[in-house]
Design a protein around this ligand. Structure first.
Ligand code: PLP
Length: 403
C-alpha cells in the first residue's frame, strides 16, 4: 500500500483495514470537510476535488442552499414511507417532470435502483405489446456501467464486476458501444428496449460517434422499442446539458437519474418517462421504503434549483472547454488522447506511461483528487461551480503530476 499522506490519517486507515470490507481501493487521504470544489483532510490539508463523488457533487460540496433545505426538512419530517402522502413528494415530481419534459417520475434511492426500475418498466411494456412472458430482451452495450445489483452486473462486460456473482438474469444482449448497426442486428421479436449511457462514464468518458444516439432512436422507433438513457452520471450538467442525450437532438422514452439529483447530499434517484411507459406500474408492483421520502425530496428540490439558478450547464460547457484546452496545451508525451464533454474529461495515457493510479497518487501530493479507471485512464470531473482560475490551477497541477 502507498504510504498515507499524513501520519494522523493512519489511525483511520487502520480502522478501515481492520473492520471495513475491502470492496474499494481508496487513495490514502482521510477527508473530513468540504466546501464548493474544495475538500480538507484530517490534517487540514486542502485538495481540489476532481472526481465530485463520480459526479454526484456537481453543485459543489455542502452547497449552502442544499444544506439549509436538508436541515429544515430533517427537523420537520424525514421519512413517511409511501404508505402515506407527504407534502414534498408531489412538488418534486412535478418540478422534475416539467424540467425534463416528461409526464411522470418514479423516485428511488441509488442509481442502480433507478436502472432496475427502467428494466422492469421496459419488460412490462414489452409484454403488453405481445412479447411472450419471460422472454423480453434488452440491448445493452459493451463496457457499460449501470450499477452493482446482480441483474445489472449480469450484463456488465467487466470481469471484476461479474466474477463469482452468477447465475445471472437472462434477457440482455450486449453489442459494441457506438455500433448502431450491431444494435440493429441484435433486434429480435422479443426485444423490448435499448439501454444506453449517452456517454460511458466509468468506462473512461467514452463519447459515441456522432449520430449514434439518433440512430438508436430511429431503431427504437422502427421496432417499437423503448430507448432508455442512463443519465445517472452524464446528466444534470456534467456533460454540459441537463440531459446529455437531448444535446444530440434525441428524446429518450425513459430517463434514469441519480447522483447529482441530490447534489451529493443524500441518495436520490429517479426513473422519468411518459404515461404510456409509467402506466405499467400499479400499486404493489414496485417501490422502496425510502424512495420519495420527504427529506430526499426537499434535498433534490434544492439541488435542482441550484443547477438552474447557477446556470451550471452553461458553466460546465464553458469551463469544460477551458479545462480541455488547458490539458491539450500541456502537450504531455504521456497522454494518448483527451476525451471531453462539459466538465468531464477522460485523459487516456499511453500504455507505457505507467498506471493512471500512479498519476492520481502524485496528484494527491499536488493537492488534487482524481480517480483512475481501467488502468490507463484518468477521469477529471470537478464540481460545476469551479472558477476559471481554479480550472487553471488544476491543469497546472495535472501537468506537474504528468511530468
Ligand atoms: N448508472 C451509471 C451511468 C453510473 O455511472 C452509475 C454509478 O456510477 C450507476 C448507474 C449506479 O449508481 P449508484 O452507484 O448510485 O447505484
Amino acid at each position: 500500500m502507498v504510504q498515507s499522506k499524513t501520519s494522523d490519517a493512519a489511525g483511520f486507515l487502520a480502522l478501515e483495514a481492520d473492520f471495513a470490507a475491502h470492496n474499494y481501493h481508496p487513495l490514502p487521504v482521510v477527508l473530513t470537510r468540504g466546501k464548493g470544489v474544495w475538500v480538507w483532510d484530517v490534517n487540514d490539508d486542502r485538495y481540489l476535488d476532481c472526481l465530485s463523488a463520480y459526479s454526484a457533487v456537481n453543485q459543489g460540496h455542502c452547497h449552502p442552499r442544499i444544506v439549509a433545505a436538508a436541515i429544515e426538512q430533517a427537523q420537520r419530517l424525514a421519512l413517511t414511507s409511501r404508505a402515506f402522502h407527504n407534502d414534498r413528494f408531489g412538488p418534486l415530481c412535478a418540478k422534475l417532470a416539467r424540467l425534463l419534459g416528461y409526464e411522470k417520475v418514479l423516485l428511488m434511492n441509488s442509481g442502480a435502483e433507478a436502472v432496475e426500475t427502467a428494466i422492469k418498466a421496459a419488460r412490462r411494456y414489452g409484454y403488453r405489446r405481445g412479447v411472450p412472458e419471460d422472454r423480453a430482451e434488452i440491448i445493452v452495450f459493451a463496457n457499460n456501467f449501470h450499477g452493482r445489483t446482480t441483474t445489472i452486473v449480469g450484463f456488465s462486460t467487466d470481469p471484476d464486476a461479474r466474477r463469482g456473482y452468477g447465475p445471472f438474469a437472462p434477457g440482455f444482449v450486449v453489442v459494441p458501444f457506438g455500433d448502431a448497426a450491431a444494435a440493429a442486428a441484435a433486434v429480435t421479436p422479443n426485444t423490448v428496449a435499448v439501454l444506453v449511457e449517452p456517454i460511458q462514464g466509468e468506462a473512461g468518458v467514452i463519447l459515441p460517434p456522432p449520430g449514434f444516439l439518433r440512430e438508436l432512436r430511429a431503431l427504437c422507433d422502427r421496432h417499437g422499442l423503448l430507448l432508455l438513457c442512463d443519465e445517472v452520471q452524464s446528466g444534470l450538467g456534467r456533460a454540459g446539458a441537463m440531459l446529455a442525450h437531448q444535446d444530440e437532438g434525441v428524446r429518450a422514452d425513459g430517463v434514469i437519474l441519480g447522483k447529482a439529483l441530490s447534489g451529493g447530499m443524500y441518495p436520490v434517484s429517479a426513473f422519468v418517462a411518459d404515461d404510456r411507459v409509467m402506466d405499467v406500474f400499479e400499486p404493489g408492483s414496485h417501490g422502496s421504503t425510502y424512495g420519495g421520502n420527504p427529506l430526499a425530496c426537499a434535498i433534490a428540490d434544492a439541488a435542482l434549483d441550484v443547477l438552474i439558478d447557477e446556470d451550471l450547464c452553461r458553466r460546465s460547457r464553458e469551463l469544460g472547454e477551458r479545462l480541455a484546452a488547458g490539458l491539450r496545451d500541456l502537450r504531455s508525451s504521456k497522454v494518448k488522447e483527451i476525451r471531453a464533454r462539459g466538465l468531464w474529461v477522460g485523459l487516456q495515457l499511453h500504455d507505457d506511461a505507467g498506471p493512471a493510479r500512479q498519476v492520481c497518487e502524485r496528484l494527491l501530493g499536488e493537492g488534487v483528487l482524481c480517480k483512475d479507471t481501467h488502468g490507463h485512464t484518468l477521469r477529471i470531473a470537478p464540481p460545476l461551480v469551479i472558477q476559471p482560475d481554479e480550472v487553471d490551477w488544476a491543469v497546472e497541477r495535472i501537468g506537474r503530476a504528468l511530468r
